[in-house]
Design a binder for this molecule. Structure first.
Ligand code: ZN
Length: 145
């Protein structure tokens, strides 16, 4: 009897400059990102909202999750410009990491590289957009709303 090869779902290896996690239980995130959607998820049992998406709800320990798209405007909570980068990200510097507040959840990510520094202000409204990197990898960035 031939041993059946285990199927490995590596969709997440396409995420970001360097993907440290190629396999997750929330790989549908990548299909949605390919379609231009940046997604979090929500527990259908208790309503807890997650970004990044989680396979299981730590609030009620259920796994009855549904996707939602990050849309509309978030407020810039904080940001930091990186002049030094972790291994694998050396060619990306300088870039700015940031946190947007959407009310029920927050989204951590990067500021789009084409925003003039003097226009970046804590409290400003921003939106999340899918971004394709030069090597074909995908991520998302924050742009002025
Ligand atoms: Zn829950």
């Amino acid at each position: 009897m031939a041993k059946k090869e285990k199927e490995i779902d590596v969709r997440f290896s396409k995420f970001g400059t360097v993907s440290f996690t190629s396999t997750t239980k929330v790989n549908d995130f990548m299909d949605r990102l390919e379609q231009g959607k940046v997604s979090g998820n929500r527990c259908k049992d208790c309503g807890k909202v997650y970004f990044p998406p989680r396979a299981d709800c730590h609030n009620c320990l259920g796994n009855n999750m549904e996707w939602f798209d990050v849309t509309g405007k978030g407020r810039l909570v904080t940001f930091s410009k990186l002049e030094y980068a972790p291994v694998g990200f050396e060619n990306d510097i300088p870039y700015s990491i940031a946190l947007l507040d959407f009310g029920d959840y927050k989204v951590f990510g990067r500021l789009a590289g084409d925003i003039p520094e003097n226009e970046i202000k804590v409290g400003m409204e921003m939106k999340v957009v899918r971004n394709e990197l030069p090597n074909g990898q995908l991520n998302y960035v924050f742009q002025k709303a």
